[in-house]
Structure formats: C-alpha cells, structure tokens
Design a binder for this molecule. Structure first.
Ligand SMILES: NC(=O)c1ccc[n+]([C@@H]2O[C@H](COP(=O)([O-])OP(=O)(O)OC[C@H]3O[C@@H](n4cnc5c(N)ncnc54)[C@H](OP(=O)(O)O)[C@@H]3O)[C@@H](O)[C@H]2O)c1
Length: 321
C-alpha cells in the first residue's frame, strides 16, 4: 500500500498545491482541517479529511495513526497580534512535531519561509512573522534532537504565487486595467510558482538522505519590480504602464491599513512589515543548496507562471476576460 501523508494547511493556497502533487505522485493524503475551514480546494478530491485542533495532543495522536510522513504547511501569514504568529507558527509546530516523533513518523517536512532567514544581507528576520517561522524551525530541531529516527526537511519558500493565491490578485487586476504601481526604490524579488514549491515538497519526502539545515526555495530568476510589472502585463495581455510610487507612500498605506484593520478587529491585508519587506529590501536566494540536497530546481519561469495564474483567475471569474 502507498505511504500515508498527514498534511496540514491543505485548505490554504500553498497546501492545496501540495495536496494535489502528493495525490498525483500516488501518496494517500490525510488532510487536517478545522470546523471553520473553507474546503473548496480539496472538495471532491481523493483525500481523507480529519477535523482537528492542531494544538490538541490527543487528537493528533489519533490523526497520526498509520501515517508515514508529515507535511506541515499550515501557518499564519497575517495576524492581529504578534503572539498569534508565535502560537500558530511556532507552538503548534512543536506540538505536531512531538506527536509525529511519538507516532514514529519517518519524515517531517516543515513549510517554513524565507522570512525566517530575513532579507538578503544576513540581518535575520525582519518581522514578527519571520521571527515566528524561525522559532518554528528551532522548536522542530529541538524536538528532533531528543527523538530518534524522524528525518526533517525545512523548506523556506520566498514569495509564492500561482492559482488560488489571493495576495497578488489585486496586482493582476491593476495590470488588466493598464497600470501597475511600482515602488520607487530597489527591491529585487525571486517569486516561486506554487506548483514548483509542491514539487520541492515531493522531493523532500522522496529523498532518503539526511538533509542538514533549511533550504531556500525561489524562482529560476531574480526580478526587479519593473520586470514583474511587464510580465504581469504580458500575462493579462495588456500594455502596462508601471507607475512609480514613492516608498514612503507604500509605508504610509501599510500603516493606515494596519491601523484600520486593528480598529475593525481583522488581520490587515497590507501592514507595515509587508510594506517594508516589499519596498526596501531584496529577497533572493541561492538555488544550489536545495539542488544539491534534493535535486530540485524551479521549472516555471515568472512569465509562464503569471500567464498560467492569469488564465486560472479568468476561468474562476476573478479576473475579467
Ligand atoms: N504564500 C506565500 O507566499 C508563502 C511564502 C513562504 C512560506 N509560506 C508558508 O506557507 C504556508 C501556507 O501559507 P499560505 O500562503 O498557503 O497561507 P493560507 O492560504 O492563508 O493558508 C493557511 C493554511 O493554514 C491553516 N491554518 C492557519 N492557522 C491555523 C490554525 N490555527 N490551525 C490549523 N490550521 C491553520 C489554514 O487553515 P484554514 O483554512 O482553516 O484557515 C490554511 O489551510 C505557511 O506556513 C506560510 O508561512 C507561504
């Protein structure tokens, strides 16, 4: 019988792509969902779902029965309070990892983030979100030190894009209307296509060798904002005029959005940390380490990926034809 994988975060953007790849590769997939989860991306698929509180050790014990590998892709990327990042991203990772070690799981893949490393230059995480993802990695390492036999792989994708992503959708819509705001500062990015991230997870599960340290995942090329704007235009079939927006305006927008969201009791779409991340800093990575460790390289160029994403948005009626 094929291996059973316990997958968290399958109802989200990245996790739904992982679920698809696992199924296609012949794994049996048990998806952890919450009573409140929107399950539309996994409905009708050949996956098992278990409704579970990931912070509950007893529920995890039952859910991990017969499981060979764990892929932990659930995470909080927007939060009202910093403590929420730490609870969901770090604390819950530790709880799942401990339960997995007790259940004699063979391989544990943590979907971390380049935010755990921080922007180029080695300054470390630039935000509470990044710090919480780094803390998740540390907690996992501590659990594994005292548990024999469980192999871990920590993947750190940079910005992920593709079908089902709602973060970049506004930029596609702006591109379709003929202009894209471009921060008037440096900021080189290496976005990675969701299906490529899912392919890296497959490699991480299928590879038997020991993997030391976290592995950064990025797209095949590094891009400036102008290049991203042009590629977005090509993806939606429009000549796009990049509109230079001063970085200070981006930061002001981030601050205002954050305050408004706090007043409304929601997690903000854009906050100061995202604004700083996106406008002031380079987020690139070397791909050789992950290629050496897992034999993975991204297959999808930015133009191909944005074009596929735009086609998917149109099909869903999220982007006008
Ligand atoms: N998107 C990116 O650009 C990117 C880049 C690097 C790393 N990552 C990492 O990839 C992972 C997924 O991110 P995403 O962009 O796919 O986010 P997403 O679309 O918001 O999905 C988040 C997933 O995590 C689950 N989740 C959140 N809080 C939970 C909790 N308290 N208990 C159980 N499940 C919970 C959500 O379940 P519900 O459906 O029930 O809410 C959902 O399935 C995260 O770990 C993130 O750090 C993302």
């Amino acid at each position: 019988m094929s291996s059973l994988v316990f997958l968290t975060g399958a109802t989200g953007f990245v996790g739904s792509h992982v679920a698809e790849s696992l199924m296609r590769a012949g794994y049996r997939v048990r998806c952890a969902v919450r009573a409140t989860s929107d399950t539309r991306w996994i409905e009708g698929r050949e996956v098992e779902t278990v409704t579970i509180d990931l912070a509950s050790r007893s529920m995890l014990e039952a859910a991990l029965e017969g499981v060979e590998h764990v892929v932990h892709a659930a995470g909080l990327t927007r939060a009202r309070y910093d403590a929420d990042y730490f609870f969901v991203n770090a604390e819950i990772t530790e709880i799942i990892a401990s339960a997995a070690a007790r259940a004699s799981v063979r391989r544990f893949v943590l979907v971390s983030s380049l935010a755990a490393r921080g922007p180029d230059g080695g300054r470390g995480p630039a935000s509470p979100y990044g710090a919480s993802k780094l803390e998740a990695e540390r907690r996992l390492a501590t659990v594994v030190e005292s548990a024999e036999g469980m192999q871990t792989r920590v993947l750190r994708p940079g910005g992920v894009y593709g079908p089902r992503d709602t973060d970049l959708l506004p930029l596609f819509r702006l591109a379709a209307s003929g202009f894209v705001p471009v921060p008037g500062v440096v900021g080189r990015l290496q976005p990675v296509y969701a299906a490529d991230v899912a392919a890296a997870v497959l490699r991480a599960l299928g590879n038997e060798s020991e993997v030391a340290g976290p592995l950064a995942l990025g797209g095949p090329e590094v891009h400036s904002w102008e290049e991203i704007a042009a590629a977005l235009g090509a993806a939606v079939g429009r000549e796009v005029r990049p509109v230079r927006v001063p970085a200070s305006l981006f930061l002001a927008a981030g601050t205002v959005a954050e305050l408004t969201a706090k007043l409304l009791g929601r997690a903000p779409d854009l906050d100061r940390r995202r604004a700083i991340d996106l406008t002031r800093l380079d987020w690139t990575c070397e791909l050789d380490p992950v290629e050496r460790a897992l034999g993975w390289r991204p297959a999808v160029t930015l133009q191909e990926g944005l074009t596929e994403a735009a086609a998917w948005y149109r099909e869903m009626g999220w982007l006008r034809r």
